[in-house]
Design a protein around this ligand. Structure first.
Ligand SMILES: [Zn+2]
Length: 181
């Protein structure tokens, strides 16, 4: 009995996490009117960037998406912070973000889209945490830049300007794209 109770305690957070993640992804896709032909959600221990999205369009024109989340990374975050991560990954699927070529602009675009789903304060909190969590200079610089941009674009009325500087629009790439978290 004790063993069973311990087993339940061990399994429970993971199971809750998996269903929390898939419910949130589904909810955000529908709120953004996004409907990839097929998508899957994978929570694993092998996503070094914390979260990632793989998206590609098949020759038939059907699009496929795989949401990848690192379990340990998610468990280090609060529930509102996990929602920010998920909102950001779903944001990468928005066509206007996929049109962008430069990685940093794709990230900024996904951040701005995420503000339609989660409070700006939560986005700022997560990016602040990310600056501390990711140790490499280039990652820290990218997170700091994204954080500053969100803070600069924040309008007190509660609206966020969906304009980002110097974004170059290019045709949607048909090969497999992987976006970072
Ligand atoms: Zn990203």
């Amino acid at each position: 009995m004790l063993y069973l109770a311990l087993l339940t305690l061990t399994l429970a957070p993971s199971q809750f996490l998996d269903s929390e993640v898939s419910n949130t992804v589904r909810d955000y896709l529908s709120r953004l009117n996004l409907a990839p032909t097929r998508y899957s959600i994978v929570v694993t221990d092998q996503v070094p960037e914390g979260a990632a999205l793989e998206h590609w369009v098949e020759a038939s024109g059907k699009d496929r998406a795989i949401f990848l989340f690192d379990r340990q990374f998610l468990l280090h975050l609060s529930r509102p912070e996990r929602r920010v991560v998920i909102a950001h990954e779903v944001g990468h699927l928005v066509p206007e973000c996929r049109l962008l070529r430069r990685r940093i602009n794709q990230e900024i675009c996904a951040d701005l889209i995420s503000l339609q789903l989660v409070p700006v304060d939560d986005v700022v909190a997560l990016l602040t945490k990310a600056v501390a969590m990711f140790r490499s200079y280039s990652e820290q610089r990218a997170f700091t830049y994204r954080l500053e941009l969100i803070q600069k674009n924040w309008i007190p009325s509660g609206k966020v300007a969906l304009r980002t500087p110097r974004l170059r629009r290019l045709p949607i790439r048909r090969f497999k794209q992987r976006y970072c978290g």
